[in-house]
Design a protein around this ligand. Sequence first.
Ligand SMILES: CC(C)(COP(=O)(O)OP(=O)(O)OC[C@H]1O[C@@H](n2cnc3c(N)ncnc32)[C@H](O)[C@@H]1OP(=O)(O)O)[C@@H](O)C(=O)NCCC(=O)NCCS
Length: 255
Amino acid sequence: MFQRLREDIACILERDPAARSRWEVLTCYPGLHALVLHRAAHACWRRGWRWLGRFISHIARFLTGIEIHPGATIGRRVFIDHGMGVVIGEMAEIGDDCTIYQGVTLGGTSLVKGAKRHPTLEAGVIVGANACVLGGFTVGAGARVGSNAVVTKAVPAGATAVGNPARIIEVQADAEREAAAARMGFSAYGVTQGDDPVAQAMKGLIDSAAGHEHQIALLWQAVSTLSQGQRQDCVPEGAQQAECFDAAGLSRLVK
Ligand SMILES: CC(C)(COP(=O)(O)OP(=O)(O)OC[C@H]1O[C@@H](n2cnc3c(N)ncnc32)[C@H](O)[C@@H]1OP(=O)(O)O)[C@@H](O)C(=O)NCCC(=O)NCCS
């Protein structure tokens, strides 16, 4: 028990730049108090002492402003920062090293008893202030949920979800698209705003052009392999240049 408490205090000192000492963390962090009381409530719940579990959870809510159902499963080194207004549902599962800010709801949208109504957060997930994660899906390891986001679908590991309804910020896909566009001499800087339909169409076009460029490169490789030792005049002179992606033309179109 003391080992886990030490671990909890250490993780708060690590993750909150405002935390100054172990004593301060032990005495002034409601997130820590809520988790310690939750462990007692959860132990009661698992032994079948349901009312006592609920009652401890109710006292914890009264003292900390954090409501954790005694049935919720919470891993190690979880940090609930500030905590006021946090609600964690019965079927919620929170993996190790997760961070949850004030006002977060890990709730459900269905009223079916016994079903997995609440989300699972895998290890290292960060849920920003006032975000709602609603449903029995999984938020993958290391994912981040932006403050005020409303998430109703699974979030892949390592992804960032923002907005209402939440969308995934495709950092990697955007970077690859930029690289492909840069190779073709086309600037995609103007088309990275997520929700604009014209921008979406342009992204599709650039992805498709990059795919074609790749296919053509493979074809040229195959043609030159096949034509080795054969007639060289079977490849029309200048054909490669003529088939090139017209980056300048595309740039003119979107100006
Ligand atoms: C979601 C979050 C983790 C993203 O951080 P990041 O990876 O550094 O992302 P960036 O700041 O580079 O922003 C990337 C894009 O997402 C948008 N974005 C970031 N956070 C957002 C949010 N909460 N809601 C809506 N959009 C958001 C940015 O405007 C930007 O959009 P753009 O590419 O169209 O310009 C962070 O913004 C966040 O909300 N953290 C929670 C912090 C918190 O709750 N703190 C409480 C302290 S008390």
